[in-house]
Design a protein around this ligand. Structure first.
Ligand code: FAD
Length: 686
């Protein structure tokens, strides 16, 4: 037997589903030495998750490919609620907007998981040399506990095994339904034309089959799905409700006289159960049907016998629920049946070295379309933090905020799912005396309220070193210590300054104009996900002496040798490599020019000259109206400073008169890069 090769990598990602690919995208964008492996020979090509909530679209847009999803996806604008009338016949009882109007510039859409994965793969390839290594899975994991606090150490040792092509290929069902054979997704998907390279790569797997290699990693992410090998290795458990529901899912091109088949519908029949209709891309429609409410189909284990479920049986359930309307199909694209517990991991990491993300650490029903969204958002939360620690910009302490922030979201999700499942699955009440039935008014109210949660916009992270607001880690209920690294740096936001920006939530987006060329931008468009912090100064009307004075004093503090810019930007890095300082004023655009503002907002570079992309104005555009960001966010005429994390969540809101608070905030967790006496006045021409 030959020598087993060994190598070091900063970050190893196990699993190339949505959670793993999001992590790999951060690594690619931040220039981190990372590898990503998946036991499967190819990505998936159809089926599985499909709903993209509006916050996820904002995130994909910040990564540079939201427009691809937006263009290809089916847009869902309205939800129709169908319930039995007094004769037990289903009727449309209500219509509500699918996405609450005004909460985002995107609305909920549906597109299958394979396409989303395609966009990630293209983005990773564009930004880096990282490629998903398929047909590879870990076979052992060891952590050197004595080295976990050493930034330079590689305390994780993993053995990777390369599989044969046969081992790496999932078994495809070739079930016959309506006399039709359900083919392997590889050949039937009309969206798969740019997956040729994946197929070629898959055929190369055998060249390395049965070989092993040893990897030493600084950090590892187990994004390896609900049966997570990584979770088992590190001894973490999922806890929660053990009463499982069995779900049948059909993706079909339907033939039906049901009039709302192109709307998202929640349909409660009088006695035959409930169905969720999801209109999809390419004339597809997904039907979600709960096949049992007890999770028991006769065996003693309490678990369902999935082998008894097939597409014909799911279709027949749908036909009973939809009667007197008729439904059948000409094409079955994909189907599945699965049993989902509502469970959350007891912990999301060990030693803040090995992390779990996505289905590996929470499972729940698919009804609210949250699975893929929450999984991607887990690693969207974690990726930039790991990148800044690996690069030596931030202390390891910020990694604790992954669990404190995301575990609570997972718990909220399970609570939401629990309530929603009960209301969705229950039999409609026959009248007010029918205590066991579900009130359809209650269902509608829960749906409307749930829409805010389901949009992803409601996420509000608790107090920590990177979220400067009142509250302690204890209030987050998981015992995680995420208090500031050093109490003397503790900074608290003045949340009363602007009603429209909530510390801990993502900053809302409205249009602003570039001062230099009058082009309108959505605020989020100028906050791309590239690992940088943003310090946004809303300076008010800078034609007023008071505001102008405050702005110039603030810029002196930001440009000083002991400022956050000077202390925490590595020597030799670009002036905005770690922090971007942005200005949004509301003096009339035509009354000022970029050169009227302090140089910290238009940094000078010997090669590129002035940077014209950091000063914006809240004014009327020629072609796209008036963003009115000051009005929409409640920015006071006194102005304010807002610190925005690399993932667009707000860390701090404070007065323009206290610019040194920004230094104190970053002192809580950033690592000094150079001594103050040798620091240059950052980003200014001196
Ligand atoms: P996954 O998408 O499960 O990705 C995990 C990846 O890890 C896979 O690529 C897998 O091959 C790889 N992997 C696993 N173990 C190892 C290992 N030991 N070594 C290397 N690689 C490994 N959600 C919905 O919203 N609607 C649906 O209809 C729906 N249907 C689903 C049907 C099925 C059969 C499954 C499994 C899930 C479904 N989901 C659905 C859930 C949704 O797909 C997930 O919530 C989402 O994909 C989670 O993303 P993830 O990256 O965490 O995990």
């Amino acid at each position: 037997m030959g020598v087993i090769p060994e190598s070091n990598v900063d970050v190893l990602i196990v699993g190339a589903g949505p959670a793993g690919l999001m992590m790999a995208t951060w690594m690619a964008k931040c220039g981190i030495n990372a590898r990503i492996v998946d036991k499967r020979g190819t990505k998936i090509f159809n089926g599985q998750a499909d709903g993209l909530q509006c916050r996820t679209l904002e995130i994909l847009d910040s990564l540079g490919f939201g427009h691809r999803a937006w263009r290809e996806a089916n847009h869902m604008l309205e939800i129709c609620l169908w319930n039995p009338d007094e004769n037990g016949i289903i009727r449309r009882s209500d219509r509500i907007p699918d996405t609450i109007p005004g909460i985002s510039r995107f609305q909920q859409v549906v597109l299958h998981q394979g396409r989303i994965e395609r966009f990630f793969l293209d983005s990773i390839a564009e930004a880096s040399e990282i490629r998903v290594e398929r047909g590879v899975m870990p076979s052992s994991l060891k952590i050197d506990e004595s080295a976990v606090e050493d930034d330079a150490a590689y305390p994780i040792t993993i053995t990777l095994r390369h599989l044969t092509e046969e081992e790496a290929t999932p078994k495809q069902s070739s079930t016959s339904a309506n006399g039709q054979s359900v083919q392997d997704g590889l050949f039937r998907s009309n969206l798969a034309k740019d997956d040729t390279q994946d197929l070629l790569d898959a055929s190369k797997i055998n060249a390395k089959a049965n070989s092993e290699e040893v990897i030493h990693a600084k950090y590892m992410i187990g994004a390896d799905g609900a049966h997570s090998w990584t979770r088992n290795q590190i001894g973490l458990k999922l806890e929660g409700d053990s009463t499982d529901y069995i779900w049948g899912v059909l993706d079909i091109v339907p033939i039906t006289d049901f009039p709302d088949i192109r709307m998202r519908c929640a349909i409660h029949s009088a006695d035959c159960g409930s169905i969720m209709v999801i209109p999809r891309e390419n004339k597809l429609v997904r039907l979600y049907i709960q096949l049992t409410t007890t999770g028991k189909t006769g065996d003693n284990s309490g678990r369902a016998d999935r082998s008894k479920i097939n597409p014909q049986m799911i279709l027949e359930s749908a036909q009973r629920i939809l009667a007197p309307y008729k439904i059948t199909y000409r094409k079955l694209d994909w189907w599945t049946a699965y049993q989902i517990g509502q469970r959350v991991g007891t912990s999301f990491s060990v030693h803040e070295r090995v992390f779990l993300a996505g289905d590996a650490v929470h499972t729940h029903s698919p009804k609210a379309g949250q699975g893929m969204n929450v999984s991607m958002q887990d690693s969207f939360n974690l990726g930039w933090k790991i990148a800044s620690v690996v690069k030596g910009h931030a202390h390891r302490s910020i990694l604790k905020t992954y669990q404190s922030e995301r575990r609570r979201i997972a718990q909220d999700l399970i609570a939401f799912d629990h309530k929603f499942s009960r209301l969705f699955s229950g039999r409609p009440a026959k009248d007010v005396m029918d205590a066991e039935g579900i009130s359809m008014e209650e269902f509608k109210a829960a749906f409307e309220k749930g829409n805010m949660f389901a949009s992803g916009i409601a996420v509000n992270y608790g107090a920590s070193a990177i979220v400067a607001k009142e509250g302690s880690s204890e209030e987050q209920g998981d015992g995680t210590d995420v208090s500031v690294a050093n109490a003397k740096h503790r900074v608290i936001s003045d949340q009363s300054l602007c009603a429209g920006i909530t510390v801990g939530m993502r900053i809302p987006s409205h249009k602003v104009l570039s001062q230099a060329d009058a082009r309108p931008w959505h605020l989020h468009e100028v906050l791309p996900s590239n690992g940088r912090w943003r310090v946004i100064v809303f300076a008010g009307n800078t034609n007023e002496d008071r505001q102008r004075d405050k702005l110039w004093k603030l810029s002196e503090v930001f440009s000083a040798p002991n400022s956050f810019l000077s202390l925490y930007t590595p020597k030799g890095a670009r002036y905005d490599g770690v922090f971007e300082v942005l200005l949004i004023h509301n003096a009339p655009r035509q009354s000022v020019t970029v050169l009227d503002f302090p140089e910290v907002f238009r940094p000078y570079d010997e090669i590129d000259g002035w940077d014209y992309n950091k000063i914006f104005v809240d004014d009327v555009s020629y072609h796209e109206g008036f963003g009115n960001i000051y009005g929409a966010l409640g920015i006071p005429q006194d102005g304010c400073i807002v610190i925005v994390r690399p993932d667009q969540y707000v860390s701090y809101v404070g007065s323009m008169e206290k610019p040194a608070a920004v230094n104190s905030f970053f002192a809580g967790f950033m690592k000094g890069q150079q001594a103050p006496d040798e620091a240059q006045t950052n980003g200014t021409k001196v």
